[in-house]
Design a protein around this ligand. Structure first.
Ligand code: SAH
Ligand code: SF4
Ligand code: F3S
Length: 479
């Protein structure tokens, strides 16, 4: 099949400015709208699915906004959609396998709906071996793009509507940040805001820097303007997103620190809660602790991935901190904000991890007092330094350690979360619970709370007494 776009063009920072590019894409979106709204158009409904982290989820909402503006209506049923879109993740092998599973399934759906357009984009598409596989084994996929050129979706989709063949457009990296793209938010009252893109840290196990490119920060004015617009639109909680928010602003023409950005963000009228993710322990300075402690809108929750408790493994992971430095940071945070909720990410079975290293991880979980921790089995990612280490840990050893870690994390999490039992907390109500008559919301500490209430409260802040602790969530009563 003919490829009209050259995969792996290096371009990107390229020929046009972000503003010109935005105008050009608006024109393509208009052309798509004309084709899709024509009387005989077979294209009515779209299905979109996100895999991966919150940053992916935000870009999924952007693409959803673009197809919505082209006149398509969202459906939750993939097999009745005329356009099917997947945003992909490749951080661990199982994320990757899941996508191949979807591709297999789509093959049979498309057989009965040949007009269907299938679009795959995001992190996994940045991997050359994946593109080769899609070209060879999944030629029915119509449009493929990566992480750097989301704004070009209208042009790529238009090309697919008007020409034969698979459209593949992958950029290696870009300096371009196109502002003001449309978005279709999951919740009207809370959303993420990207403050930076990419990652420069190259943790030795991690594929993200290869698929997301070099770190670049958005201008603070653009972030604050977006927050103001969101607030006018009814958003009261924002989550500032970046792979390492603590290095925000360092490479801007007029450098700004993340703590300074937070102070500006606090001033936005209508925004009541500010969260952020992810903080890298190596760059977490006293200024951020001060900004958090003195802030009135910054939520009392910090996600601080430790990855391992062993200083030897942390060094092999290229994390630039050791066990002592991490625990000192935790102490500082707790002395500035005694009630803060800490959460973390932990990888089990990094190459060369011994039982002694693993015991260090358990001891950090004992000492740090996490409200909850996300635990992952190490996954070998082609192209990362750790993938070529020859001392991989046997699967049965990893499984045993993983189970031991999980039970400690759950035990400690339950202990820690129970500190709120009987207290009254302010909850932002997010949705109706599956259990009939119950609503679900979150505290500033990011604790989930279910309580009896009416759906009209969704999006509002209410006071709830936390009655029964169930580990990482509570049952409560409105007061
Ligand atoms: N930028 C964030 C994390 C992004 S990826 C940070 O630095 O903390 C989210 C989590 O996935 C990581 O914190 C890590 O725990 C996990 N992860 C990343 N690569 C992995 C791999 N190869 N195997 C298992 N877990 C991995
Ligand atoms: Fe991956 Fe490390 Fe970057 Fe996080 S900081 S995205 S773990 S390389
Ligand atoms: Fe996955 Fe990409 Fe996020 S690999 S975790 S979706 S940055």
């Amino acid at each position: 099949m003919e490829n009209i776009y050259q995969p792996f063009q290096i371009d990107g920072s390229g020929s046009t400015s972000a503003a010109e590019e935005a105008l050009k894409q608006e024109a393509y979106a208009e052309k798509c709208r004309e084709i899709l709204s024509a009387g005989h158009s077979a294209y009515q409904k779209y299905f979109i699915q996100n895999e991966g982290c919150q940053m992916n989820a935000l870009q999924t909402e952007t693409v959803a906004g673009m197809v919505r503006d082209m006149g398509l209506i969202k459906t939750q049923q993939e097999d009745e959609a005329d356009v099917v879109i997947y945003n992909t993740c490749t951080v661990r092998e199982n994320a990757n396998q899941k996508i191949y599973g979807h591709l297999g399934m789509l093959k049979s759906i498309k057989r009965s709906r040949p007009h269907m357009k299938i679009v795959f984009f995001g992190c996994m598409m940045q991997e050359p071996h994946v593109i080769r596989t899609i070209q060879e084994r999944y030629p029915f996929v119509d449009v493929v793009f990566g992480t750097h050129n989301i704004h070009r979706f209208p042009e790529l989709f238009f090309t697919s509507l008007t020409q034969e063949g698979q459209i593949i457009d992958i950029w290696k990296d870009t300096d371009l940040i196109v502002e003001g793209l449309p978005t279709d938010r999951k919740y009207p009252f809370k959303t993420g805001v990207n403050i930076m893109f990419g990652c420069n840290n190259f943790c030795s196990y991690c594929i993200v820097p290869y698929v997301r490119g070099r770190e670049k920060s958005r201008e603070p004015q653009a972030i604050i303007r977006e927050m103001e617009t969101l607030a006018r639109d009814g958003v009261s909680e924002v989550m500032l997103l970046g792979q390492n928010v603590n290095s925000y602003g360092k490479t801007l023409p007029f450098p700004v620190s993340f703590a300074q950005l937070l102070k500006e963000a606090e001033k936005v009228d209508g925004i009541r809660r500010i969260r952020f993710m992810t903080s890298h322990p190596k760059d977490l300075g006293d200024d951020l602790i001060e900004a958090m402690a003195s802030g009135t809108k910054i939520c009392r929750h910090l996600h601080l991935p430790v990855q391992s408790g062993s200083s030897r493994i942390l060094s092999a992971m290229n994390r630039h901190y050791d066990k002592e430095k991490y625990l000192t940071l935790v102490k500082k945070l707790r002395s500035a904000m005694p009630d803060i909720s800490l959460t973390t990410d932990i990888i089990v079975g990094f190459p060369g991890e011994t039982e002694e290293d693993f015991q260090d991880t358990l001891s950090v979980v004992e000492e740090a007092g996490y409200d909850t921790a996300f635990t992952f089995i190490y996954s070998k990612r082609t192209g990362t330094p750790a993938a070529s280490y020859d001392n991989q840990v046997p699967q049965e050893v990893i499984k045993d350690r993983f189970d031991r870690l999980l039970s400690l994390v759950q035990e400690k999490g339950r202990e820690r979360s129970s500190r709120f039992a009987g207290t009254v907390q302010e909850i932002l109500v997010e949705e109706e619970n599956r259990e009939k008559g119950l609503l679900t919301g979150r505290t500033s500490h990011n604790l989930l709370v279910h309580f009896p209430g009416d759906a009209s409260l969704i999006g509002q802040y209410v006071s709830v007494r936390l009655d029964t602790c169930k580990g990482f969530y509570y049952y409560g009563t409105r007061v």
